[in-house]
Write a protein that binds this ligand. Sequence first.
Ligand SMILES: Nc1nc2c(ncn2[C@@H]2O[C@H](COP(=O)(O)OP(=O)(O)OP(=O)(O)O)[C@@H](O)[C@H]2O)c(=O)[nH]1
Length: 315
Amino acid sequence: MSRLPPIPVTLVSGFLGAGKTTLLNRILNSDHGLRMAVMVNDFGAINIDSQLIVSQTQTTVSLANGCICCTVESDLIEQLGRLLDDRANRPEYIVIEASGVSNPAKIANTLRYPQFRDALAIDSILTVVDAEQFERLDAEMAQLAMEQLDVADIIVLNKVDRVGRDQLDALKARWLYPSARLLECEYGEVPLELVLGVGRLKSGWRLRPAASVKDEDHSAIFETWSFSSERPLSLKALRQALATLPAGIYRAKGVCQIAEASGKRCVLHLVGSRSEIRPEEGWDGRTPQTQLIFIGRRGTIDAAKMQATFEKCVA
Ligand SMILES: Nc1nc2c(ncn2[C@@H]2O[C@H](COP(=O)(O)OP(=O)(O)OP(=O)(O)O)[C@@H](O)[C@H]2O)c(=O)[nH]1
């Protein structure tokens, strides 16, 4: 049997809430003309990202309840194996969206395991940066965000609408990544030809040797908590609950059923201290419900207190 050419893989990384799913949606809804498979990784127990992906024409594989660079690496290996074994639907391109706490260098090493070496070719490691929040991150969060940037060969500086030109230039001046391509954008609006099929890592020259990649368990640094309810929530109470979250909770996202927006599926995002609850389309045959996931620094989430707070939001 003739050997099939390797499938190009774009690895999308970036800290929590930087705009990875927004960029992925933009890629998927553009005219790329490829049979694409996307793998999305949620650090929390609920598959939220797969629900936030707008285009359903491609194969979507959801890897939840851990980080694909450490705790659920075995799921990544298994699911990649499945994609490759399904010869009838073999994708022409794979995009992997790592969780916001993943180290892309470790995922890149997984893609170089013997079983994938001839079947997959990393096209690029693309790291999305939240232009507003990046410099506000502290301690382990800042370190992780820097590690994600260190291995990027494409840096997408997103959310430029949130900062002034001076602040952007100052941020860029502090970075020393001369070999990375830097693209500034809002809502992941980047020219597709600059991010897909660019073959920037074809020779593997920027990948660090596996031995030099730090072995960490991101569930030791971050923790998650989730809330589900089949009863509608009060918008006012939910906003209030989000405004009073402990500072260590950096990210929340999910879908919600809001009493004031009957029949609409609302999408909730919290990144740092910013939050939004946006009505989207209807429920499209799905049972209306709320599914939220919260991610914070370990030790900052009091599950009983959170449960009581969000129970009170039920209208
Ligand atoms: N103002 C502004 N908001 C943006 C931009 N890009 C994305 N967002 C918002 O940022 C929030 C997080 O975006 P996502 O695309 O879900 O971020 P993510 O990196 O996939 O998040 P995680 O997977 O949880 O790490 C959402 O509310 C987006 O609408 C942008 O360029 N400007």
